[in-house]
Write a protein that binds this ligand. Structure first.
Ligand code: TXA
Ligand code: MG
Length: 306
């Protein structure tokens, strides 16, 4: 951890596991290091990055105005799979926020991520800017091997990939805009509408079904090489992802058969990657029904299929 933190200090990149997906980290105060994130990912420069911090105490460093309901969310769900968008402080430079007057902040719940952030804080670091560690538009990586497959061609010898095993949650954090009177979900995730309402006492504004407001978000994203088709009967030679109680016909390549929605989220991206590794042209997915994390799964599937 000390070595990885020192590596961040000198401006190198460190990919690290979180409970959601792997992130590609840089010192959030180092313009040149952050610029390398964009070039390694081939990401457009106006897409803001999430700043990862060691504890909610650091919110005061990065934010200038934090509503009471956001404090409540931070207390209840950090460390955890939730990003809060708040008005930025002077520390949050344009090169991190994509020029917006807000900043995204998250305390991840993974021992390796927290160990790295603690070590980085000890040597004077303020926060680690990190997008998902995939090339722009691709499926987020949920293992260190997937990070390496995505990015190793573009990383330098001094950059690092920390291996913390497979991610527990498997889909990206819930992003909540905390700049208005009520919280608004910009990207659904494991922290659900019900949980937000329970924590804050305010019914969150939800954007499911509308164009997601996350700045720069595109309709087509989270896409594997294979064409993703939703809710159709698969035919022989096609990949297939559905809950375990949905049977697959002879010749269909079953990529995942989760028994719970949590497991569906956890295995989804690795199953899509496995389809690509097997050279499948098409992967059929039966969308999980209902609320909770199923909303986040459907959000990613609709984008993957666009
Ligand atoms: O689970 C996660 O959130 C992972 C792990 C590594 O923490 N990170 C992640 O980062 O998914 P990324 O960059 O792949 O997706 C973050 C999204 C982007 O669509 C970005 O536009 C949005 O968050 N975002 C970041 N800061 C924002 C801001 N100030 N205002 C609006 N959207 C913001
Ligand atoms: Mg991403």
């Amino acid at each position: 951890m000390a070595d990885a933190a020192a590596n961040l200090v000198v401006g190198n990149l460190v990919a690290f596991p979180t409970e959601t997906v792997y992130g590609l980290g840089a010192d959030a105060c180092n313009a040149a290091a952050v610029a390398r994130i964009y070039s390694v990912k081939s990401r457009p420069a106006d897409h803001p990055l999430i700043v990862h911090v060691e504890s909610m105490d650091a919110i005061g460093d990065w934010a200038s105005d934090v509503p009471e309901y956001a404090i409540s969310l931070a207390r209840d769900f950090w460390p955890g799979p939730m990003t809060l968008i708040v008005k930025r402080s002077g520390l949050a430079a344009d090169f991190v926020t994509g020029g917006q007057d807000t900043v995204g902040i998250r305390v991840p719940a993974h021992p390796v991520a927290l160990g790295l952030l603690e070590a980085f804080t000890r040597v004077g670091g303020k926060g680690v800017a990190a997008p998902s560690a995939n090339r722009f538009g691709n499926v987020s990586p949920t293992t260190a091997q997937a990070v390496s497959d995505e990015l190793s061609d573009n990383l330098s010898d001094s950059d690092q990939i920390l291996d913390g095993g497979a991610c527990d949650v498997g889909v990206e954090s819930t992003i909540i805009d905390c700049t208005a009177d009520a919280p608004r979900i910009l990207r659904p995730g494991a922290i659900t509408e019900e949980m937000i309402e329970h924590s804050t006492g305010i019914h969150p504004l939800n954007t499911e079904g509308l164009a997601i407001r996350v700045s720069g978000s595109l309709e087509s994203h989270y896409s594997p090489i294979a064409t993703v088709v939703l809710d159709q009967p698969p035919i022989a030679g096609q990949g297939f992802i559905a809950m375990a109680d949905v049977e697959s016909a002879v010749g269909v390549v079953r990529l995942a058969a989760p028994t719970t929605h949590e497991e569906f989220a956890r295995v989804l991206y690795s199953a899509l990657r496995a389809g690509d590794e097997q050279g499948l042209n098409t992967v059929v997915v039966v969308q999980p029904a209902g609320n909770g994390i199923a909303i986040a799964i459907r959000d990613r599937l609709i984008r993957a299929s666009n």
